[in-house]
Design a binder for this molecule. Structure first.
Ligand code: FAD
Length: 378
């Protein structure tokens, strides 16, 4: 692993920095609908300038950039405090999954509108009784007259209220062993048979939803990776989800730790040895995270697909982000968790970090078995 940037990579980064300095759209407006439209326009602009789907092949509207350039892009976006893109799940998971497992027709049909944010994607994996043990999911899809009829319930479906398409995993074979009876679909959300109900979080926002699916229709050409191969395609999705996190989140942590130091100064605790020790530990963790992300990237460059190292990154990030926001609460005092303050928001939002995208316990199992090669528990 060589962490020095090549002249081409440096040039790419400098150009991007200059572009961001000139084109930064400013602060996101408040209010869910306005904020989402703002993100959509921002993604549109990124796409027009060749900055959406960086590592996607050029023939599908991407930039054909290297994985290092993609990582640099993620870092620079966070460094510039650029807003989020509207179609995060489509860009990070949906597109890469279609590129890896989709047919030529599916690539032609689905990739471009993901990049432009004209079609937003969501991820319909988790169910009320199936989260960590995803393979036990019960939503069923039955083939009838050349199309699939889907019935079931999904939960925690982020951005389902904005989505045109859902990456849906459903059971298509009830006799096969549980991992083998699953199929991966692209489901059109715009049908009466799919009801989306918002779930309000501890922060007050409603980012995610419940999905009630009652005989929804999916055409056969929207199966990805073949009938019965849903588990394999789902794993690709999750690996992309976790691998996408690394670089941006390391920089995000470093910026936030800088703000935390500022907070400690404002509150007059910056000379407190215990607080100083805790902040120093956070700085170390953030740097370790960056290096682990680089290690995962090296692995991905060798094999072409993100590996289980992404699970380690996600686990490290959620631990560090939670520790950082808890320290902010400690510095701010007893009423901090109920104040209207950016640190209160960050503290409350961070509670979900060790659950979303795979719980920390599950990630520890993956790291133990697939990175360290320890014996399986079961
Ligand atoms: C903010 C947020 C956004 C989300 N967005 C989406 C989304 O867009 N799409 C989607 O499909 N899902 C989404 N999820 C759901 C998320 O993936 C699940 O919550 C997660 O996988 C855990 O599943 P569960 O909630 O059913 O908990 P469970 O699986 O029931 O787990 C409960 C507890 O038991 C522990 N546990 C379970 N199995 C084991 C084991 N084998 N060994 C050790 N401990 C174990 C878990 O770690 C956890 O602490 C989101 C969740 C959050 C918080």
């Amino acid at each position: 692993m060589d962490l020095t940037l090549s002249p081409n990579e440096q040039e790419f980064r400098d150009e991007l920095r200059a572009w961001l300095a000139e084109n930064h759209p400013g602060q996101e407006p408040t209010g869910d609908i306005d904020a989402f439209e703002f993100r959509r326009k921002w993604q549109h602009k990124l796409h027009e300038n060749g900055y959406a789907g960086l590592s996607w092949p050029k023939e599908y509207g991407g930039r054909g950039a290297t994985l290092i350039e993609q990582a640099l892009f993620n870092e620079e976006m966070v460094r510039a405090r650029a807003p989020m893109t509207a179609n995060v799940l489509g860009l990070v998971m949906g597109g890469p999954v279609v590129i890896a497992h989709g047919s030529e027709e599916q690539k032609e049909r689905f990739l471009e509108p993901i990049l432009t944010a004209d079609e937003i994607w969501c991820q319909g994996f988790s169910e009320p009784e199936s989260g960590s043990d995803l393979a036990s999911l019960k939503t069923k899809a039955v083939k009838s007259n050349g199309e699939w009829v889907v019935t079931g319930q999904k939960v925690w479906t982020t951005f389902a209220h904005e989505a045109k398409y859902c990456m849906l995993v459903a059971r298509t074979d009830f006799d096969a062993p549980k991992h083998k009876g699953l199929t991966y679909f692209i489901m059109d959300m715009e049908q009466e048979a799919v009801q989306v109900r918002p779930l309000r979080q501890i922060t007050g926002e409603a980012e995610f939803n419940e999905l009630f699916i009652e005989e929804a229709r999916i055409p056969d050409e929207n199966v990805i990776g073949g009938v019965g191969n849903g588990w394999m395609v789902a794993i690709t999705t999750l690996m992309h989800e976790r691998a996408g996190l690394g670089f941006g989140s390391a920089i995000q942590l470093k910026i936030a730790i800088g703000e935390l130091m500022e907070l400690a100064r404002e509150r007059g605790v910056d000379e407190d040895p215990v607080i100083r020790q805790k902040i120093a530990q956070l700085v170390i963790e953030a740097e370790c995270l960056r290096l682990t992300a680089s290690r995962g990237l090296t692995q991905q460059m060798k094999t072409g697909i993100p590996g289980p190292e992404g699970s380690l990154v996600k686990w490290q990030w959620s631990d560090t982000n939670q520790a950082m926001t808890e320290l902010a609460m400690e510095i701010m005092g007893a009423d901090a968790p109920v104040m209207d303050d950016k640190w209160t928001y960050r503290f409350l939002r961070a509670r979900a970090n060790s659950i979303e995208g795979g719980t920390t316990e599950i990630l520890r199992n993956i790291v133990a078995e697939r990175v360290l090669g320890l014996p399986r528990m079961r």
